[in-house]
Design a protein around this ligand. Structure first.
Ligand code: G3H
Length: 487
């Protein structure tokens, strides 16, 4: 709840962009430093959030919806003043292009404004009385307590805010753990949080997740875990909570979304959408297409068009014009991607496009890999990078079987111009994933649509409307429906 001058140990934030040092050697540019906070400081932040919530009696949870909206509008106003700096930090810290960094910032502002509008609707609904079986009731939405919000490096601002903002505006108090990369991008907003909300309402955690999160969960004082990351980590965190069943979890987790290109597809559409779906932000999106099934009659033509399109992509620095391929923030990623490519080649696949997989410091040029099969790492691992594994198939049962046997179920994209064939594919997939895309790539937006997944892909649903419900509980004020009470 306070801005604290940090005098302790710091951690360097290194850019994926390499620059020449004084010794003439290329190295990751130092963007800044962040506090290396300890479990003790994390617990102090938790205490601040617990005190600000004060069993639902704190200033923030008891504020009227109108007042909370005013605070949020003030925050948006202050946030917009920091637009240029946040966008610049996103480019330097996570290597996102100028266009995509700008989109991330603006989308977040739009998301907050849409959340405010949705809350007004919910509030209007809550102020009405309902009558049933001789009882009248006002059904309100009440907060849940302390929310711990954590998100990934690929949307360090936008994805954390898809849980933080709805949780906050519903009257909960917040602990938010900054992601591994994209930490400094939040720095310009800390003052805005402080100015817009009562002390202790929003508490920011630096430090290593592996050190500071366990004590928070073990305290049993976190009421809601809002986590975007791997199911393995999420399961581990839930288990640490002493009263595991009373912890509400809103989770967005594992994915490996498939595209299915049938013999009846418009190949130009399939190629341009698969390209976007596989390589936007270098394939570092949970909604990315990570396995492309192509029916055998069109496989050669599809591969040719796709590898030509990939070869035309321009690598460069995030702020350069028309750049599509940028450096990867995770230092160990190029090495890991190489092991995936080596494994595929050893098992009979080829890199189809020129320069595919070529690595230069933190750059990895995208690789179209064909034919991929289930003996390869690329078939099973999400890889979260710029590799496009293509799997040839005969019968439409094959991609359906893949999804039936997968441990995740986020999205699928079907490419076909045969309406009956599309209909035949929609039916099985609707019960296997949470979004079926027809002749278009997979993606989270528009943000008013539900975003969730099946199996290990999600728990709970996010969207502007769903998130407000996820971070609140319906609470009734009820009485007998007598004439006097109705008055
Ligand atoms: O990384 C997962 C994100 O939710 C992807 O969002 O589809 O809007 O890029 P997006």
């Amino acid at each position: 709840g306070e801005l604290v001058q940090w005098n302790g140990e710091v951690v360097e934030v290194l850019s994926p962009v390499f620059v020449k040092g004084e010794d003439g050697i290329l190295k990751r540019k130092l963007v800044g430093t962040i506090p290396h906070t300890s479990p003790k400081e994390a617990m102090e932040a938790l205490d601040a959030a617990v005190a600000a919530y004060n069993n639902g009696q704190g200033e923030w949870p008891t504020m009227s919806v109108d007042e909370r909206i005013k605070c949020m509008q003030k925050f948006v106003y202050l946030m917009i003043q920091q637009r240029d700096l946040v966008i610049k930090l996103l480019m330097w810290e996570i290597g996102k292009t100028n266009g995509d960094s700008t989109k991330e910032f603006d989308r977040t502002v739009e998301y907050i404004n849409a959340t405010i509008d949705a809350l007004k609707d919910i509030d209007r609904e809550s102020s009405r009385f309902q009558e049933a079986e001789g009882t009248i009731a006002q059904i309100r939405r009440a907060p849940l307590g302390v929310v711990l919000s954590m998100g990934p490096f690929n949307y360090p601002l936008n994805e954390i805010f898809t849980t933080l903002i709805p949780a906050l505006i519903m009257g909960n108090t917040i602990l938010f753990k900054l992601p591994k990369h994209g930490v400094l991008a939040h720095y310009p907003l800390l003052q805005a949080f402080k100015e817009a909300f009562p002390a202790g309402t929003v508490n920011t955690l630096y430090g290593k997740g592996s050190e500071i999160i366990s004590p928070l969960m073990e305290s049993g004082k976190v009421n809601v875990l809002a986590f975007i990351g791997s199911s393995k980590v999420a399961n581990g965190l839930k288990k640490l909570h002493p009263k595991v069943n009373r912890l509400r979890a809103i989770l967005s987790l594992d994915a490996k979304n498939a595209a299915i290109v049938t013999n009846n597809a418009d190949l130009d559409v399939a190629v341009s959408e698969c390209l976007l779906g596989s390589l936007s932000f270098n394939g570092q999106r949970c909604t990315a297409l990570k396995l492309i099934f192509v029916q055998k009659d069109v496989a050669d033509a599809f591969i040719k068009k796709l590898s030509d399109a990939v070869a035309a992509l321009k690598p460069g620095l995030p702020w350069e014009k028309d750049v599509k391929i940028t450096p990867l923030p995770e230092a160990d990623k190029p090495g890991y991607l190489k092991t995936c490519l080596d494994d595929a080649i050893a098992n009979g696949a080829k890199i189809i496009n020129e320069n595919g997989g070529l690595t230069n410091n933190s750059f990895v040029f995208p690789a179209v890999v064909y034919p991929v099969n289930d003996t390869m790492k690329l078939y099973h691992e999400e890889q979260f990078g710029p590799i496009i594994p293509v799997v040839p198939f005969d019968s439409l049962d094959e991609p359906i079987d893949y999804q039936i046997n997968a441990s995740h179920g986020m999205q699928v994209s079907i490419f076909s111009n045969d309406a009956q064939e599309v209909a035949n594919l929609i039916d099985p997939f609707v019960n296997l994933v949470s979004r079926v895309n027809i002749n278009c790539q997979s993606q989270r937006g528009p943000d008013v649509f539900p975003f969730t997944g099946r199996k290990d892909s999600a728990e709970g649903t996010l969207s502007v409307f769903d998130a407000l419900r996820s971070f609140s509980i319906r609470s009734l004020v009820a009485t007998k429906a007598t004439d006097a009470n109705k008055q």
